[in-house]
Write a protein that binds this ligand. Structure first.
Ligand code: SAM
Length: 210
């Protein structure tokens, strides 16, 4: 009798990114969803690049949406450490929990990160991968950058993506200023042309702890 073929592996990356669900949430709340489409796999790879390939890191994902970055982070972790996803939208958080059983999903504002880490006894994070629509929130950006810097270990890293077409506009310049106020080292990666629209990743290191 032929050996039954193994069940196919669960889909990861863009296949779990549910563009239909994303568009629906954009139409419901364009300000917070901030994008018509989930990010691409190449952008997810760039944003999750600092997730360590060894050890038991604490990795926080902010604004995971339908999970475009979640699969890439989970693949890099391979079951190690702690992966906490913080999503404001309860419908998107529910989708994410169903697509990634075992993922620690908090329905919360990113600004609550210190309390979320403390509740779990996690201390500070090693990496924060942010998919937040940061540039769209001028009032909280300064506070958010300080909160995230304070939530990271001294060796910790934050990544935040932005769209190349809006890179020189005032909100994007403000984002870089806010990150530079909270981190001693902020670098901008190359344009990811395969993303729609093309995007880049800012990497912030050396958090300035108060
Ligand atoms: C531009 S989408 C990015 C989704 C996904 N990371 C991607 O790249 O496809 C922004 C996401 O951030 C979430 N979000 C917006 N403001 C937030 C906040 N203050 N705290 C947590 N999540 C937030 C939105 O609900 C949405 O899922």
């Amino acid at each position: 009798m032929p050996t039954p073929s193994p069940a196919p592996a669960p889909p990861t990356g863009p296949r779990t990114a549910r563009p239909g669900a994303f568009l629906r949430e954009f139409l419901r709340d364009p300000l917070h969803t901030a994008s018509l489409l989930p990010s691409s796999r190449p952008l997810a790879a760039a944003a999750s690049g600092p997730v360590p390939g060894t050890g038991e890191p604490v990795v926080v994902e902010l604004g995971p949406g339908t999970g475009a970055f979640t699969g890439a982070i989970a693949e890099r972790l391979g079951g190690r450490g702690h992966h906490l996803a913080v999503e404001l939208n309860p419908r998107l958080a529910g989708l994410l929990e169903r697509a990634h059983p075992g993922l620690d999903v908090a329905v919360a504002d990113a600004l609550a990160l210190p309390a979320l880490l403390a509740e779990r006894g996690l201390g500070r994070a090693d990496v924060v991968v942010s998919g937040l629509p940061w540039a769209a929130h001028p009032a909280t950006g300064r506070t958010l950058s300080a909160v995230l810097a304070g939530s990271l270990h001294p060796h910790g890293v934050l990544t935040q993506f932005g769209y190349t077409c809006t890179r020189s506009l005032p909100p994007a310049r403000r984002l870089r200023r806010q990150l530079a106020a909270a981190f001693a080292d902020v670098t901008c990666g190359p344009t990811v042309w395969a993303n729609l629209p093309p995007a880049f990743v800012l990497t912030a290191r050396l958090p300035r702890h108060p």
